[in-house]
Design a protein. Structure first.
Length: 181
């Protein structure tokens, strides 16, 4: 069975003196991805002297809506500070799906054909940008433009990975430049 790596978080600042770090969670299943003993691939930010490696979850707790994680490899605040900015990836089976049927992994979306509500082909999903407010779909249009579309139900009312397509409720200026008239 094939496996994939999915982004599940980004390490933020240390919290306390025992090695806890805050984590910007990038998964809808944090209880599953950050279970005690979970091993996550750790990819440092560009320009870091730290190399890729693996971090093992020793303990987690939520504090005021923020996930705090203690990794076995970070025994104190200094070790935790060195992890700032590290991206965390979980390994999943290629055919695994999120528990929520309205959620999708990035690899399920990339490559899907993009149609408008009238059924016209408008491009292809080339990536997913995880923003602060919401995720954005990166779409390559037939005119070779790359556009970002907020991945919200009002603009993307239909997602069907099995059929290889999504529907975008196009608005003026969303997929093609708005007329100057």
């Amino acid at each position: 069975m094939d496996s994939l790596e999915v982004l599940v978080g980004r390490i933020g600042k240390p919290h306390g003196v025992r090695g806890h770090v805050t984590v910007d969670v990038r998964t809808d299943e944090p209880q599953r991805r950050y279970a005690d003993g979970a091993r996550l691939k750790a990819v440092p930010p560009p320009g870091s002297a730290r190399g890729e490696g693996t971090l093992t979850v020793a303990a987690t707790r939520w504090h005021q809506g923020v996930l705090h994680v203690l990794f076995e490899e970070a025994a104190d605040r200094n070790a935790a500070e060195a992890l700032r900015g590290v991206l965390l990836y979980a390994t999943i089976d290629a055919d695994e799906r999120p528990e929520d049927p309205e959620e999708f992994y990035d690899h399920q979306l990339v490559g899907l054909a993009v149609y408008d509500t009238d059924g016209a082909l408008r491009g292809e999903v080339t990536g997913v940008v995880h923003g602060g407010a919401q995720d954005l779909l990166s779409i390559a249009t037939p005119t070779r433009r790359d556009v970002l579309v907020p991945f919200v139900t009002a603009l993307v009312p239909e997602v069907d990975p099995a059929a290889g397509r999504i529907v975008v409720a196009d608005r003026p200026g969303l997929l093609e430049p708005a007329d100057e008239a």
